[in-house]
Design a protein around this ligand. Structure first.
Ligand code: SF4
Length: 473
């Protein structure tokens, strides 16, 4: 996987994954556990639906004046001693972080879990400049040590089991080698390794959950406390933020501090919430840089239907309820944004002309579970259908479109449909095995790649009905 860019069309990538029973079992166990816990956590809040409406309205109001809010944020951060940079795309953002590191003579830095930094492929970009980025979130560390890629927004190593992690830590962590698979022992080994890094590394890079325009406050929400160590111990802190993460007022945070933990980890309150504003002499990092990343977001903002995607607070609730994600896992989406949110965000950020990304809106049964789970009421099914239309326009007239047109023509009249059935019945003979068609020829073969078709029966319902009416006299 490379940042946002899917290396394959979704149907091709998904085919590899659905044939792995262990992967499907791992995913099913974790998504069902989180899903049930989330339902309980949400059920405790009698005004949950009103909160969702408030979250939606608050985000929409900010997005409606996004440029003003960002300029306000820039002024507030600078007024508190921070530095603000604007990055049009991933390359500019990577360059900014690398230059800051080089200006401090840094060849190793620590990172707070940040999907935005994965979006811009920061670690690989820094490595090209001789700078090693160390992930400090436990799951991200597992992914990094195994030279893997994250497969879930919240649980990046969801596809790994405990035995795999035991073998990995014994092999990769310095001074270990004899660990059992007990979770406490594995966590202790990671803690020993990370503590040393926290105390000896000069620079950290973080993502941003929210930034408040009126106060210049930046916020990171996390569960382990490793993020807080990164945000307070190093001398230099760089935070990379998608421009949609800005909120107007401090009070706005109250809504999201309730919506986010219950939707993501099913907690009433997340264990660690860090806020910082610029720099404070003698306390925490003495140099703070905020990088405001566009990378396709202003194009999304300009689209009246797609704009709602920018409300996303990356809680991952939509992943855990999605029947497609549950069977394919995150890697099938080929982008750092998997699941239902990835199916709409990735193609919009890259543009619908991207031949692999524009297959992602097809990765849905349109069951609507993602919309019901989304704490900021993004109508994901609506955007999926809209993007499917856009993808079809990009493709122009294809054999599939012609075939669907012919099917539509045949099905729009009773006699034409009956005629088509008779033709199919007469022609299907060589293809039928045990009452089923397992492989169709030519272009139609796509239908039978992952499913069998029932053979056309010897008598249609209409024929049976006519016969029955005749018999009844
Ligand atoms: S789309 Fe909604 S449910 Fe999915 S990650 Fe974003 S905020 Fe959460």
């Amino acid at each position: 996987m490379s940042g946002l860019h899917p290396p394959k069309p979704f149907p091709e990538a998904a085919r590899d994954k659905v044939s792995q029973p262990q992967l499907r079992a791992n995913l099913r166990k974790v998504t069902h556990t989180i899903r049930e816990k989330r339902l309980r956590a949400v059920g405790e809040v009698p005004h949950w639906e009103e909160l969702r409406v408030l979250g939606e309205a608050t985000k929409d109001a900010t997005l409606a004046n996004l440029s003003d809010r960002l300029l306000q944020l820039e002024a507030s951060v600078k007024a508190r001693g921070g530095q603000v940079h604007w990055a049009r795309d991933a390359a500019e953002a990577r360059e900014l972080v690398a230059r800051i590191a080089e200006s401090h003579g840094v060849d190793e830095l620590i990172k707070v879990k940040s999907i935005t930094s994965d979006e811009i492929e920061l670690n690989a970009g820094l490595a090209e400049r001789g700078i090693h980025a160390i992930e400090t979130d436990l799951a991200e560390l597992i992914v990094q040590l195994s030279h893997d890629t994250p497969s879930h927004i919240l649980v990046p190593a969801i596809h790994r089991n405990r035995a795999e992690i035991q073998a990995l830590f014994n092999r990769e962590l310095p001074g270990e080698g004899n660990l059992s698979d007990a979770p406490a022992e594995l966590a202790g080994a990671a803690r020993r390794y990370l503590r040393h890094k926290f105390l000896t590394t000069k620079m950290a890079v973080s993502g941003v959950n929210f930034a408040v325009a009126e106060t210049g406050t930046v916020c990171v929400v996390e569960s382990e406390g490793n993020g807080r160590m990164c945000l307070t111990l190093p001398e230099v802190l760089v935070s990379v933020m998608g421009i949609e993460k800005v909120l107007e007022r401090w009070e706005d945070l109250a809504v999201f501090m309730e919506l986010l933990p219950r939707s993501s980890t099913a907690e009433r309150m997340n264990p660690y919430t860090s806020f910082w504003s610029g720099v404070t002499p003698g306390d925490g990092p003495q140099e703070f840089h905020l990088i405001l990343l566009d990378n396709g977001r202003t194009d999304v903002l300009a689209d009246a239907t797609g704009r709602q995607t920018l409300r996303c607070i990356r809680c991952s609730a939509c992943l855990n309820v999605c029947p497609v994600y549950e069977r394919t896992g995150g890697h099938a989406y080929g982008s750092v944004y998997p699941g239902p949110i990835g199916a709409i965000l990735t193609p919009q950020l890259l543009g619908m002309a991207d031949k692999n990304a524009n297959t992602l809106p097809g990765a849905s049964s349109l069951c609507g579970a993602c919309f019901d789970a989304c704490p900021v009421r993004i109508n994901i099914p609506q955007v999926l259908i809209y993007l499917r239309g856009e993808a079809n326009e990009e493709k122009g007239v294809t054999a599939e479109a012609l075939a669907m047109g012919a099917v539509g023509y045949a099905m729009s009249s009773g006699w034409r449909f009956e005629g088509a059935l008779k033709l199919a019945r007469a022609g299907q003979g060589p293809l039928v095995r045990g009452g089923e068609i397992t492989a169709l020829p030519g272009l139609l073969g796509g239908w039978t790649q992952s499913r069998d078709l029932k053979a056309v029966p010897p008598q249609s319902f209409r024929e049976w009905w006519r016969q029955r009416e005749g018999a009844d006299g």
